[in-house]
Design a protein around this ligand. Structure first.
Ligand code: X8Z
Ligand code: ZN
Length: 624
């Protein structure tokens, strides 16, 4: 009996760290040849009853293959060797092949009038494959070889500092703490050379060709249209939606950019950072300039009583261990009334980088069996950024556990931005008052009102700086998938978008064979990025709604919902829905509104916006 599989290709499962554990299969109902025929020849329309049994079988197979796939991917991600590369590549090829056949099998029901939930499942089976291939041939094997090679090149890359190899998780910390511009440029440049860019660029182009052909065979014009078809609306409407949301927040980004550029100019001088034009991408405290909070000490706002606090210092001063950071994160969720994590979470998670083997260090949350075998995998460092990331990852796990009662295909986020927003929303409650409650800050150290702008700035360096980065990541990919950016233009087009959206420039000339997009995890590992942009919009909508529910009347940035079981219950109700309803229904269940809206994040930062506009008068903002 042939095992057939559909749903999200395991390339995606791997890449997203397994929080989608759906790969699925169906026992020999359709052969590959028949699937090809469905593309070209008319087929008899299936009845509603046929559709129901097709979906039931499919979902059972999703559960079965998904579990196997997740365990294989977990072993690879925790122990990268030739052998686990072989295993994951083979599993991934099988997953893709079968998922594509399964997607093809939904064509039989294209004209059947189906109940809404069944229609949703059919759409998920078709549009939910991150990297499809044409049916038949050896496409899936070739694709798996390409994606595995890119993934391993990214995760095993190191650079030499003083003749010692340094891994990315350590480099990431150093990009935030080092202040010598030459040293920063060296780390920045060497990391981009460490991923085997010449090979990766070729692999990426070959991958795009296969996946685009796969998307076309499934009825999409290209992979961009397919990626944009997972949001309960037509792809072009979703793209317009992104433009609308970006337009709402862009003015705030421009003010932040202007203020930070001035701060860097004062710190480093005109030769390193001019007061006009783009900002040097290596000076912003992050390897990709996607979050700038680590340079708050040089570009941030000091309050009159100096009353800010440094979460990294608090964690260090209290001798926090990585495991304690995770325990603290868990306690937040249980304070909302959610059940504690299972014992197996603690036995099976990877919390720090092992010293003697290669692993995928990029933080991820996993659901191995779609029931209760949930885990995280992180190379945690004791600092503020990873404290937030711990809450982020746990958000994935608590969401996964909340929707486990749903049908298999609905065990997912309302959309992928919801999945990313759960934990970040929770981390917005990490306020001074909260830190007092968990004993990290003394009551008399709580900064007074005069520190509000400084605290807000610290958060804006993270949340506002991120927005244009998140938009440009998939702008680049959509254009690549559409053929508007050809392989010889990969890197120059990347920098055009970096400049256009973020107002950044590279610190050193880019070599001809550079492939800077591939030096970012989600491109080397094919994780769509629009989800994070949507998450950064949504998490402030969640926070606004939660603080309203809690009856909070002070400034939003001081609101914590720690210990609030009423909020927890409403939150859980949304999480339990999983992907069973269109996302506006889930959003409405928690916030009362059916639209994604940037006005929540704008309102949150309004006092900062006013302050920045005042401070920036006289500066020539923008970078044209
Ligand atoms: O990749 C992640 C998470 C795992 S889903 C750690 N994030 C994005 C990134 O690191 O680029 C979280 C925020 C953005
Ligand atoms: Zn995430």
């Amino acid at each position: 009996m042939t095992k057939l599989l559909a749903g999200v290709a395991v390339g995606a499962l791997l890449a997203a760290g397994g929080y989608y554990a759906y790969g699925n299969s169906q026992d020999g109902a359709v052969t590959a040849d028949e699937t090809v025929m469905t593309e070209t020849a008319p087929v008899a329309a299936g009845s509603v009853e046929d559709a129901a049994s097709f979906l039931a079988e499919t979902e059972a197979e999703i559960a079965d293959f998904g579990e196997f796939a997740a365990h294989t991917a977990w072993v690879y991600a925790n122990f990268i060797t030739e052998d686990t590369e072989y295993l994951v590549s083979r599993m991934s090829a099988e997953a893709t092949e079968l998922s594509v056949q399964q997607a093809g099998a939904t064509a039989r029901f294209a004209d059947t009038e189906l109940p809404l939930d069944m229609r949703r499942k059919m759409t998920m089976l078709t549009a939910g494959i991150t990297l499809p291939t044409p049916a038949g041939g050896d496409y899936a094997q070739r694709l798996a070889e390409l994606t595995t090679r890119m993934s391993s090149a990214y995760s095993t890359g190191t650079i030499d500092i003083d003749d010692t190899p340094v891994t990315l998780d350590t480099l990431e910390v150093m990009m935030g703490t080092e202040r010598d511009p030459e040293f920063l440029a060296m780390m920045w440049n060497d990391w981009r050379a460490a991923i085997n860019p010449a090979q990766m660029s070729q692999d990426y182009a070959a991958m795009v060709e296969i996946a685009n052909a796969g998307a076309r065979e499934l009825g999409f014009s290209d992979l961009a249209e397919m990626w944009l078809s997972n949001y309960d609306m037509p792809a072009d409407e979703m793209e317009a939606e992104v433009e609308r949301l970006w337009g709402q927040v862009e003015p705030l980004y421009e003010q932040l950019h202007c203020y930070v550029r001035d701060g860097l100019n004062e710190t480093y001088g005109e030769d390193v950072q001019a007061t006009t034009g783009p900002i040097r991408a290596d000076l912003l405290g992050n390897m990709w300039a996607q979050g700038w909070a680590p340079i708050n000490d040089i570009v941030g706002i000091q309050s009159s009583d100096g009353g800010g606090y440094d979460l990294t210092q608090l964690l260090e001063a209290n001798d926090y261990t990585p495991r304690q950071m995770v325990e603290t994160g868990e306690r937040f969720y249980t304070s909302l009334g959610l059940d504690p994590l299972p014992e197996t979470f603690w036995e099976r998670s990877l919390i720090t980088r092992p010293r003697d083997r290669d692993v995928v260090c990029h933080a991820s949350a996993w659901n191995l069996d779609n029931e209760e075998d949930i885990r995280i995998k992180m190379c945690t460092h004791v600092n503020a950024e990873d404290f937030r990331t711990v809450h982020h990852e746990l958000g994935h796990n608590f969401y996964q556990r909340a929707y486990r009662g749903q049908d298999m295909l609905f065990r997912n986020g309302a959309h992928d931005g919801f999945h990313e927003a759960i934990g970040d929303f929770v981390a917005l409650s990490v306020t001074p008052d909260y830190l007092v409650q968990i004993g990290l800050l003394d009551q008399d150290e709580v900064p007074d009102e005069s520190a509000d702008l400084g605290l807000m700035m610290d958060l804006a360096l993270d949340k506002i700086a991120f927005l244009p980065f998140a938009v440009m990541m998939d702008q680049w990919r959509w254009r690549v998938f559409r053929g508007e950016i050809t392989p010889d233009q990969y890197n120059t087009a990347w920098w055009e978008l970096r400049e256009q959206y973020q107002g950044l420039m590279p610190p050193v000339d880019r070599p001809a064979d550079a492939f800077d997009p591939g030096a970012k995890y989600h491109i080397a590992n094919n994780v769509p990025y629009l989800r994070y942009f949507l998450s950064y919009i949504l998490q402030f909508q969640f926070q606004q709604a939660a603080c309203d529910m809690a009856g909070w009347e002070g400034p939003l940035n001081r609101c914590t919902v720690y210990g609030n079981e009423e909020v927890g219950q409403r939150f859980n109700e949304m999480m339990e829905m999983g992907a069973s309803q269109p996302w506006p229904d889930a959003l409405e269940a928690f916030t009362g509104t059916r639209e994604m809206d940037g006005s929540a994040i704008i309102a949150y930062f309004q006092p900062l916006m006013t302050h920045l506009e005042e401070q920036n008068t006289g500066s020539s903002c923008g970078w044209e």
